[in-house]
Design a protein around this ligand. Structure first.
Ligand SMILES: *Cc1c(COP(=O)(O)O)cnc(C)c1O
Length: 384
């Protein structure tokens, strides 16, 4: 099997514009390469303004943001932490960093995100039977889709449980008109290379609580006390973002809304040109907000389509197109096989049938035609 010699189409590569270079050049020209500096301050202000958050703290990664968020929410060693089953591993790993014990909640079909009814049922069951409650809940907004935050926040507030939003994949998504990341106690964005905007690597913690933001800044700079010498009264981390990378972020943020519009158009294109195939269902857009369509994701029913998700993925690969299965649920990961899971069958089905298609905002029309052609070619019904 010869692989396609045409250039590779990646799942979600970085898409750098023109303003990024100016901000980075300015950092070089002023010799303000590191550690913090004017780009970091400005990037924090600009993200806070974009998301309508009181405070934003620029960090070295989204994972660092999740780690700090769990510390700030008061999670202690031995504590139970509930989280989305359908996620990238970082949101569960962070729980282990603080000595917590992750437990997973299945997705609902409307949004593919944490099921509020299952969460409520489990909290009530635990409270009713005297079992311990989680010290925090980490809700992921998967693939750019806002989770159903209203009922999640309501049930958590009933039990006094802080909610952390892992909005790493969903910068720009909204829930009832409000930016994801700003609905819970703390929210985290990621600027990793494959996200909707990137700083090559980086993250941002947002919160309405200025004191929590100040604590995050301190913990992220090795918990240095306010003294002329190096004074430390607690253990901290080296988690701040560099001034050069914040410059890239400032340029990227200027085009974020355009990028969202393009990704949504890419979704529409796939929907229009693949929606007629038997056994294909696209990830729905939940009625409570705006999905950024960071990744266009669809389910392939092998009985109707005639080949399964993995055959389609390999067909794309043969044509030099990168596609990925939907996240493998945390409860199926060997590293978490001793953790509790509430439900799990929805996430298992999403993993078994789900495929993420190339969704980069720099994709050309020809790229889109190639992806559509490759998916259609993998459908025996089309060939017949
Ligand atoms: C990317 C991602 C993260 C981690 O962000 P990094 O900046 O790569 O550390 C966390 N959670 C989810 C759901 C992600 O997709």
């Amino acid at each position: 099997m010869s692989s396609d010699s045409r250039s590779r189409i990646y799942l979600s590569p970085p898409h750098i514009g023109s303003a990024e270079r100016d901000f980075v050049t300015e950092a070089f020209d002023s010799n303000w390469i590191a550690p913090l500096g004017p780009n970091v301050d400005a990037f924090e202000d600009e993200i806070a303004e974009y998301a309508n958050a009181a405070s934003a703290v620029a960090l070295s990664s989204g994972t660092a943001g999740l780690h700090l968020a769990l510390l700030l929410a008061g999670v202690e060693p031995g504590d139970l932490v509930f989280g989305s089953d359908l996620t990238f591993v970082a949101s569960a790993n962070a729980v282990v960093y603080v000595g917590g014990e992750p437990a997973f909640i299945d997705s609902e079909r409307t949004s593919w995100n944490l099921d509020p009814d299952l969460l409520a049922e489990e909290l009530r069951r635990r409270a009713g039977s005297g079992q311990r409650l989680p010290a925090a809940v980490v809700v992921v907004h998967v693939f750019g889709q806002p989770a159903n935050m209203g009922p999640i926040l309501e049930i958590c507030s009933e039990y006094g449980i802080p909610v952390i939003e892992d909005a790493a994949e969903a910068l720009g998504a909204t829930y009832e008109g409000r930016s994801v990341g700003t609905l819970g106690l703390l929210g985290v964005f990621s600027f990793n290379g494959n996200k909707i905007i990137t700083t090559s690597g980086g993250g941002m913690l947002v919160t309405a609580d200025q004191d929590l933001a100040a604590r995050a800044r301190k913990l992220a700079t090795q918990a240095r006390e306010d003294a002329p010498h190096y004074e430390h009264a607690e253990v901290g981390y080296n988690y701040r973002m560099s001034n050069v990378l914040a410059g890239i972020g400032r340029g990227q943020l200027r085009v974020l809304d355009e990028r969202i519009a393009v990704r949504r158009r890419i979704f529409d294109y796939y929907m229009k040109h693949l929606g007629d195939l038997p056994g294909i269902r696209f990830m729905p857009e939940a009625p409570w907000g705006q999905h950024t369509r960071w990744l266009t994701t669809l389910l392939i029913d092998p009985d109707e389509f005639g080949s399964d998700r993995e055959q389609v993925r390999l067909g794309l690969e043969q044509q030099n197109v990168e596609a990925r299965p939907v996240w493998k649920p945390m409860h199926m990961q060997p590293v978490f096989d001793s953790c509790a899971c509430v439900g799990g069958s929805v996430c298992e089905e999403l993993f078994e049938l789900g495929l993420c298609l190339p969704s980069g905002s720099a994709m050309s029309h020809t790229d889109l035609e190639r992806v559509v052609g490759a998916v259609r070619a993998a459908c025996p019904a089309v060939l017949a």
